[in-house]
Design a protein around this ligand. Structure first.
Ligand SMILES: Nc1ncnc2c1ncn2[C@@H]1O[C@H](COP(=O)(O)OP(=O)(O)OP(=O)(O)O)[C@@H](O)[C@H]1O
Ligand SMILES: [Mg+2]
Length: 788
C-alpha cells in the first residue's frame, strides 16, 4: 500500500496534477537525505592546516599576551557590520569618506537600493534575444601587436565602434552562439554515484615540511604513478572515516608521473632567464611566446583537477593565499570546457563578485541564477526563473557549476539556490544533481550581508553539508618562497601572531629604495585613498595625458546596465596615462610579463614609428628604444637626412594612426623588456557562450595605488601597505599576502589588533583540522593514516 502510494507520488500524472505536493515530497526527500548526510558530516572533512601551521602560532600568541581577536572582536564586529550592511559588493571595502570608512546617511540610502546591495546581477528581460549576429570580417592579424590574436577578437557593437575609429586593429568577430535549446533535466551520471565521505588527507608539502630548502636539481621528483588504487577508507583514532586522495582512483590523464621542472614554473624561472636583449617581441618574432605563462600543475593541483574533471566529484578546494587556487581553477575551467566542447553551456563559470567573475571570464552567481537579488522565497524565485526561458534553460542544462571566491557567498543564498535547482530540475539530489566546484579562502574577504542581517558564511549553509563530496586544501605556497615569511603570513591569516612575527612585521615599516626608481604599489582599504594617491602622482608628472577609452560591447544593449556589469572589471573605462607614469599589467602576456608586472610608460607610439625604429636599431646593431623617452629618438640619429626623413614620417604616422603605450617593464629576474601594449578583452560570459558584456582596453592600470579589494588575487613584487585604516576581517591578510617577499614589502601602522580573523572561520578550519589530525608524511610518499 505504502509503496503504491510512493509510486503514485512520483508518477508523471501526480506531478502534473499536484505539482506543489510533488515539490514538497521532493523537499522532504532531500531533507531526509540532508539530515542523514549532516549526521555523517559530524565526522566530516578534510584539513590541510596541520598543527604545524595552527598550534604554535596560537600558543605563542597566548604566551606573549597579545590581544586576541576575541577580545577586540565585538567592537570591530559592530563597526564592520554597520559598514557592510550598507554597501554594495563593489564598495564593500571601499569607503567614500577619506577619513574613515563610514558612510553618510545619504550614502547609506543610496547604497541601500536593492539592486546595488548584491552588486551586479542580470535581469534576463534586459537582454535582447534577437541580438544580431555579425559575420566574420577581415581576419588580418596585426603583426606587431603585443596582444595575442584571440584577445583582439571583437564582438557585437565593438565591431561598429572599431570600424568607426581609425584603429588598425584586426576586425575579427566572435563566432556567435545561438540560443540554447531547452532540454529535459539531466541528472548527474549514474555511473558516478555521489560519495558522501569527507576527506582531507593531504600530502604535506616536500618543500615546506620535508626539506625546508628547495632541491637544487633542475627538476623536482613528484610521487611515482600508482595507477588505479582501490578507494580505501581508514579509521582514525577519533573514529573518523577518511579517504585518502592517494588511494583515490586516478585517471590516466593525471596519474602520470608528475614532474615539475623548475624551468616550467613561473615562480622558479625568473632567476634563470637572461636579460631580454631583444626588447621587442612581436607577433612575427619566432621566439615570441604567446598566451599565458606555461605553468605545470603540482601533484596536489593535478589530483584536484582529476577529481573534478574525470571523477566528477563536487568539491570545495581551499588553501592559503598563493597556493595556486586561481591557477588551478583556470585549468579546471579549460579542461571542463574542453570536455564539454560540443555543449559548453554545460559548464557554468561564476563567482561571488563581479570582479572575480570578470577575472575568470564568467558571470556573477546572481546573474547565472537569474533570480535577481534572490531575497524572496524559493517559490517566488522558482516562478520567476520559470518565466524566463534563458534562465530556465541555464538551470536545466548546467552539469557543473563553478563558483570562485565562494568565501563571499552568503549561506542563505547558497541554500536558496540549492533548493531552486532541485525544484526546477525535478531532481531530489542536492543541487538537483549539478556538480559543484567551489573555491576560495574563508580567511580572506567575507560575504557582504543583506541590510539588517548578519552575514553567514557559505560553510554554515545546509547545502555545504549535503552537496559537497570533498573539501580539499592546497598546501604548497607558490607566491612566497621564503619559509619564514610563509609562516608569518600563516599566523596573520589565523589572527594569532607570535611575538617574533610581530617584531618582524614591525621591522617591515622601513623605507625601501629601489635602485631602478620604480615605486611599490600602495594598497588601501578605500577607493577614495586609491584615487587620491594615483591622482597626486600623476599631477607630479609634467607631461600631456593621453586617454584610452575602453570599447565596450556585448549582448546587453542597455548602456547603463552594461556599464554596471563592467564596472567591476579590472580594466577601467578610461585609462589616463602620461609618459613616465608607472603602470601595472593586468593580463598575462607571456612567461615574463604577467598580471602584476610593473613598468613605466616611455612613450606613445604608432605602428609605423615602431617598425621604423625597430629597423633602424637592427641596422645600427643596437637595441631599439634604449632611451628613457621616445622624444630623443630622431635626434640620436647620426645622419641629418635620415633624421629629417624620420621626423616627417613620424609626424605623418602619428597624425593618422592610433598610438599605443610603449612600456618598459621590470622583470622578476632584474632585467627589462619594452613592449607596445595593445588592447585586450575582458568578457562577462554566460554558460551558453553568450557574451553579455565585453570590454576591450589596454591591459594597464596606474600602479601607484590599488584597493585591497582589487588586489585580491594579485601577486606583487613591490607592495606598500598602510594598515592604519584597515577595518574588515581578512583585509590585512589579503593585503600583506600579495607580496612575494619581505624584501619587497613595506608595512605602515602595523598593529596586531589590525589582524583579525573571523572566529567562525577559525573554528571552521580548526574543526577540519582537529577532526582528521595530521596526515603523516614519509619522504615523497603520502600516507593515508593513521591520523592523530
Ligand atoms: N603549479 C604552479 N607552478 C608554478 N607557479 C604557480 C603554480 N600555481 C600557482 N603558481 C603561481 O603562484 C602564484 C599564486 O597563484 P594563485 O594566484 O593561483 O594563488 P591563489 O591561491 O589563487 O592566491 P589568492 O588566494 O591570493 O588568490 C602566481 O604567481 C602563480 O602563477
Ligand atoms: Mg586567487
Amino acid at each position: 500500500m505504502f509503496s503504491c502510494l510512493s509510486l503514485l507520488k512520483y508518477s508523471r500524472s501526480f506531478r502534473c496534477y499536484f505539482p506543489r505536493m510533488f515539490q514538497r515530497a521532493q523537499q522532504k526527500n532531500t531533507l531526509a537525505y540532508s539530515q542523514a548526510k549532516g549526521n555523517a558530516n559530524v565526522n566530516r572533512d578534510i584539513h590541510n592546516y596541520s598543527s604545524d601551521t595552527f598550534q604554535p602560532a596560537v600558543q605563542a600568541s597566548e604566551a606573549v599576551n597579545l590581544p586576541s581577536p576575541q577580545t577586540t572582536a565585538p567592537l570591530k564586529r559592530e563597526f564592520s557590520n554597520t559598514i557592510l550592511q550598507n554597501l554594495d559588493e563593489n564598495d564593500a571595502f571601499e569607503s567614500s569618506d577619506p577619513a574613515l570608512p563610514i558612510f553618510s546617511p545619504t550614502d547609506v540610502q543610496e547604497r541601500n537600493t536593492p539592486d546595488t546591495l548584491h552588486g551586479v546581477y542580470i535581469d534576463e528581460n534586459d537582454i535582447d534575444d534577437d541580438f544580431a549576429v555579425e559575420s566574420e570580417i577581415n581576419q588580418r592579424a596585426i603583426p606587431w601587436s603585443s596582444s595575442p590574436v584571440e584577445h583582439t577578437r571583437l564582438t557585437g557593437s565593438m565591431i561598429a565602434n572599431a570600424n568607426r575609429s581609425t584603429s588598425t586593429l584586426p576586425r575579427l568577430v566572435e563566432e556567435a552562439s545561438g540560443s540554447p535549446t531547452t532540454q529535459r533535466p539531466l541528472a548527474r551520471s549514474q555511473k558516478n554515484p555521489i560519495k558522501r565521505s569527507r576527506t582531507l588527507p593531504w600530502a604535506l608539502d616536500p618543500f615546506r615540511y620535508g626539506d625546508p630548502t628547495p632541491p637544487k636539481e633542475e627538476s623536482i621528483k613528484m610521487e611515482p604513478e600508482k595507477g588505479y588504487a582501490k578507494s580505501e577508507f581508514q579509521k582514525s583514532s577519533t573514529g573518523v572515516r577518511s579517504i585518502s586522495l592517494d588511494s583515490m582512483p586516478k585517471s590516466s590523464t593525471v596519474a602520470r608521473n608528475g614532474r615539475i621542472t623548475k624551468k616550467a614554473s613561473v615562480s622558479t624561472t625568473a632567476s634563470k632567464i637572461p636579460v631580454d636583449s631583444s626588447l621587442f617581441r612581436t607577433a612575427s618574432d619566432p621566439n615570441r611566446k604567446r598566451s599565458v605563462p606555461s605553468i605545470f600543475l603540482s601533484d596536489e593541483q593535478k589530483r584536484i583537477l582529476d577529481m573534478v574533471v574525470e571523477q566528477q566529484h563536487s568539491i570545495f578546494f581551499t588553501g592559503s593565499a598563493g597556493t595556486g587556487k586561481s591557477v588551478l581553477l583556470r585549468k579546471i575551467i579549460e579542461a571542463l570546457k574542453n570536455k564539454h566542447r560540443k555543449q559548453t553551456d554545460r559548464v557554468a563559470v561564476t563567482a561571488s563578485t563581479g570582479l572575480a567573475a570578470c577575472n575568470i571570464g564568467g558571470v556573477t552567481l546572481h546573474s547565472f541564477a537569474g533570480a535577481g537579488l534572490a531575497r524572496e522565497s524559493v517559490d517566488f524565485l522558482v516562478s520567476k526563473i520559470k518565466k524566463n526561458k534563458k534562465s530556465m534553460t541555464r538551470w536545466l542544462r548546467t552539469k557543473v557549476l563553478i563558483i570562485d571566491e565562494v568565501s563571499m557567498v552568503d549561506a542563505d543564498l547558497m541554500d536558496k539556490l540549492e533548493e531552486v535547482a532541485r525544484v526546477i530540475r525535478k531532481d531530489a539530489r542536492p543541487f538537483g544533481g549539478i556538480q559543484l566546484v567551489l573555491t576560495g579562502d574563508f580567511f580572506q574577504l567575507p560575504p557582504v550581508p543583506d541590510s539588517g542581517k548578519e552575514a553567514k558564511f557559505s560553510f554554515e549553509s545546509n547545502t555545504w553539508k549535503t552537496a559537497l563530496d570533498y573539501t580539499i586544501g592546497l598546501t604548497h605556497v607558490f607566491r612566497q618562497k621564503d619559509e619564514e615569511f610563509v609562516g608569518m603570513l600563516n599566523e596573520l591569516r589565523l589572527g594569532r601572531l607570535s611575538e617574533n612575527s610581530v617584531r618582524k612585521f614591525r621591522y617591515l615599516s622601513r623605507e625601501i629604495n629601489y635602485a631602478d626608481g620604480l615605486l611599490p604599489t600602495e594598497l588601501f582599504p578605500t577607493r577614495h585613498e586609491v584615487e587620491r594617491s594615483n591622482g597626486m602622482r600623476m599631477q607630479q608628472i609634467h607631461q600631456d595625458p593621453l586617454t584610452f577609452t575602453a570599447i565596450d560591447s556585448g549582448t546587453v544593449r542597455d548602456k547603463e546596465f552594461r556599464d554596471k556589469l563592467l564596472q567591476n572589471c579590472m580594466a577601467p573605462a578610461n585609462l589616463v596615462l602620461k609618459i613616465n607614469a608607472q603602470v601595472m599589467l593586468i593580463k598575462n602576456i607571456d612567461d615574463q610579463l604577467v598580471n602584476g608586472s610593473l613598468g613605466k610608460v616611455i612613450g606613445f607610439i604608432d605602428e609605423e614609428t615602431y617598425q621604423m625604429e625597430k629597423k633602424d636599431a637592427e641596422m645600427q646593431g643596437r637595441n631599439p628604444f634604449e632611451y628613457d623617452t621616445l622624444d630623443v629618438l630622431p635626434y640620436d640619429l647620426p645622419d641629418v637626412k635620415q633624421k629629417k626623413h624620420k621626423l616627417l614620417a613620424m609626424k605623418k604616422a602619428s597624425s593618422i594612426s592610433t598610438k599605443w603605450p610603449l612600456v618598459r617593464f621590470k622583470l622578476a629576474n632584474g632585467g627589462e623588456r619594452t613592449i607596445v601594449v595593445q588592447r585586450e578583452t575582458w568578457n562577462i560570459e554566460l554558460p551558453n557562450g553568450e557574451i553579455q558584456a565585453s570590454r576591450s582596453q589596454i591591459p594597464l592600470i596606474l600602479a601607484y595605488a590599488i584597493s585591497i579589494h582589487k588586489a585580491q588575487g594579485q601577486t606583487l613584487d613591490r607592495v606598500k601597505v598602510d594598515l592604519g585604516r584597515v577595518f574588515e576581517k581578512g583585509q590585512a591578510y589579503v593585503a600583506l599576502s600579495r607580496a612575494t617577499s619581505q624584501k619587497g614589502l613595506q608595512i605602515l601602522n602595523f598593529s596586531p589588533s589590525k589582524v583579525m580573523a573571523h572566529p567562525k572561520v577559525v573554528q571552521f578550519y580548526k574543526q577540519l583540522d582537529s577532526v582528521n589530525g595530521i596526515p603523516i608524511r614519509n619522504e615523497n610518499k603520502v600516507k593515508t593514516g593513521p591520523f592523530k
